[in-house]
Write a protein that binds this ligand. Structure first.
Ligand SMILES: [Zn+2]
Length: 142
């Protein structure tokens, strides 16, 4: 998690670009009622800067599980790949919703390592997604 103060106007701009959703698991601030955190895509610990092009929204679990990691080994291909970059990469090109809509499935090495590293299908979020599905709020439409 960022310990750097982000100016309010910059935070607002990033939130609008991210559609007020976590760039990784797509959880919406409006569904949880909890403000999302600002993620340093390349962490400060890995020389990432606090500049708009390195910042995106993330929910607290995604941000904390990501920590200072930038890459991981894909168990299927054995390749070491970068984690998903929500600013420069397209979510649908690396992930899809599993059959019941509550589970995120990585469809590429980048998608798979990001799902596992960020624990994007932890019990609490899957439970919440199932409740949102019942009322038609999930998966996100766009
Ligand atoms: Zn998330």
């Amino acid at each position: 998690m960022s310990r750097v103060k982000i100016p309010a106007k910059l935070r607002q701009r990033i939130a609008e670009q991210a559609k007020h959703r976590c760039g990784y698991c797509l959880t919406s601030e409006k569904l949880t009622g909890i403000q999302l955190t600002i993620d340093h895509i390349i962490p400060i610990a890995a020389e990432g800067h606090t500049q708009e092009e390195n910042l995106w929204l993330a929910c607290r679990p995604c941000n904390e599980f990501k920590g200072t990691q930038t890459n991981a080994v894909d168990s299927e291909s054995g390749e070491r790949v970068m984690l998903f970059n929500p600013r420069t990469q397209i979510w649908e090109e690396h992930f899809t919703w599993g059959e019941d809509g509550a589970i995120i499935v990585g469809t590429t090495p980048i998608g798979r390592v990001t799902v596992s590293t960020l624990q994007m299908n932890h019990d609490l979020i899957v439970y919440a997604r199932r409740q949102w599905i019942k009322v038609g709020w999930h998966p996100p439409e766009d």
